[in-house]
Design a protein around this ligand. Structure first.
Ligand code: ADP
Ligand code: MG
Length: 255
């Protein structure tokens, strides 16, 4: 019998401790190719730390992360980062570099350059005009900047897209539009996506699977419909209650 193929992404007994803070505690789970996973939890619950263990911005204290069956710590960090798209918390564009230079940055770190045609194609994927390539980040709106952030994450043709609170700084309408665009790209490009957010409504609307973190641990692992049906336990349900309560208040205002 041939062994089952390895999960696309796997955390094995992963822990990260900073001095006396247990940021991530003994996390084991598998993410299959094509999943859109939201990692939700209160501020300080360990979401960013867990995400950064995937692309080696954080080195685990114990355990490991496997990508396509390989330990991400094997080999040089720039090579693994080249294979993983990453959208930073906040915006994280370099202000003195043009849009094109920002997009080309990660491939450049491993000695590859992007053609103007490829930059234009990446801008079109995020619904920006190719003429924006020569602009500086300060010459864009917040939503346009974060679209550039997504284009940059896609520049390496990677199949794994990691996003840390990608829409946190945006107004609600821009946020909704960009969320839908990312959801579309996930499907069209056949990505596996892990998105950190503190917003349960965003997680329920975009993801196919929701992981809830609390105190460094995964305390719920459910589909959006299971969460909406009341599953996942107390911490998860407290997060689901936030948008529900807002919806009730809005409904009440219309009466
Ligand atoms: P989240 O993204 O869910 O807000 P983080 O992963 O950023 O949570 O942080 C989890 C915990 O680890 C918090 O208590 C935070 O203060 C701590 N922490 C994160 N990064 C560092 C660091 N570089 N040094 C020390 N403590 C850190
Ligand atoms: Mg964070």
């Amino acid at each position: 019998m041939t062994p089952a193929p390895p999960a696309f992404l796997r955390f094995e007994t992963l822990s990260k401790t900073y001095d006396d803070v247990h940021a991530v505690r003994d996390v084991s789970l598998a993410i299959e190719s094509g999943e859109f996973v939201a990692l939700v939890g209160a501020s300080g619950s360990g979401k960013s730390t867990l995400l950064k263990c995937i692309n080696r911005l954080v080195e685990p204290t114990f355990g490991r992360v496997l990508l396509d069956g390989e330990d991400v710590l094997a080999g040089p960090a720039p090579l693994i980062r080249r294979r993983i798209g990453y959208v930073f918390q906040g915006i994280g564009l370099f202000p003195h570099m043009s849009v094109a230079q920002n997009i080309a940055l990660t491939p450049r770190l491993v000695g590859e350059s992007l053609t103007d045609a490829r930059i234009a194609e990446l801008l079109e994927l995020v619904e920006l005009h190719p003429a924006m390539a020569s602009r500086l980040p300060a010459e864009l709106s917040g939503g346009q900047r974060q679209r550039v952030g997504v284009a940059r994450a896609l520049a390496g043709d990677s199949h794994l897209l990691l996003m840390d609170e990608p829409f946190g700084a945006l107004d609600p309408i821009t946020r909704g539009q960009l969320g839908q665009r990312v959801r579309g790209l996930h499907r069209e490009l056949g990505l596996t996506t892990v998105m950190v957010t503190h917003d349960m409504a965003e997680a329920l609307l975009l993801a196919s699977r929701v992981l809830v973190m609390d105190g460094g641990q995964i305390v719920a692992d459910e589909t959006p419909s299971a969460l909406l049906a009341g599953k996942g336990g107390l911490v998860a349900q407290a997060l689901v209650e936030v948008p529900r309560e807002q919806a009730r208040q809005l409904a009440g205002m219309g009466e």
